[in-house]
Design a protein around this ligand. Structure first.
Ligand code: GRF
Length: 197
């Protein structure tokens, strides 16, 4: 199961990987928090079921979270991948899928959490940044780290060029790591994530 909010290039990388049976995983459905995004179109083109749960369609954030949880639960996923999903999931969602929700963030955690990872890294003047795949907890980009990939910052970078370079590395990290999670399983001890059952 993959949740998206935008272009869905990370989703596309997963769709492409899943085409090979040796990858060991399949995408049961793609959910989104908004209509008319390329991420949903990518899923539809691949013949993957989709659904949309928009916060504005619900009377409260809790109701939205409950509906999102039910929609995801209906597909009985082993792992939920947040791939550019720009909403914080709520208590219901986390309780239902505890330890099985992973998110990709375009910065090297614990630096630069939140919505503006590439811009914050650039503004800070770091020379290396990257992307982090982590197990979602109730903080903002704070959960146990599964994988990280480093990307150099260039002198002439703007936010867009830096984010695009990060996304190339991020997609590879996501595909490699989600495949391992699916094939090998994983454990979490305190904050330490290890592959293997
Ligand atoms: C990724 O860099 C993700 O980490 C960030 O937004 C971007 C989504 O890209 N939160 P895409 O929709 O997968 O192309």
């Amino acid at each position: 199961m993959v949740l998206v909010s935008g272009a869905g290039t990370n989703l596309q990388a997963l769709i492409d990987a899943c085409a090979d049976p040796a990858y060991g995983a399949g995408i049961v459905a793609v959910g989104a928090d908004r209509e008319d995004i390329e991420g949903l179109a990518r899923a539809e083109r691949a013949g993957i079921p989709t659904f949309v749960r928009q916060v504005s369609q619900f009377t409260s954030r809790e109701h939205w979270d409950h509906a999102l949880t039910d929609s995801v639960k209906a597909f009985d996923p082993d792992i939920v991948v947040l791939a550019g999903f720009m909403k914080l999931v709520g208590e219901d969602f986390l309780a239902t899928f505890a330890g099985r929700v992973v998110n990709t963030h375009p910065a090297l955690s614990p630096s630069f959490p939140g919505m503006h990872g590439p811009a914050d890294a650039l503004a800070h003047g770091v020379k290396v940044t990257g992307a982090t795949l982590f197990v979602v907890d109730d903080g903002v980009d704070t959960g146990p780290i599964i994988a990280q990939t480093a990307v150099p910052v260039q002198d002439d970078d703007d936010v867009e060029s830096l984010h695009e370079r990060i996304k190339v590395a991020e997609r590879k990290m996501l595909v490699d790591t989600v495949g391992r999670l699916a094939r090998e399983g994983f454990t979490i001890t305190d904050r330490l994530v290890r592959f293997g059952g």
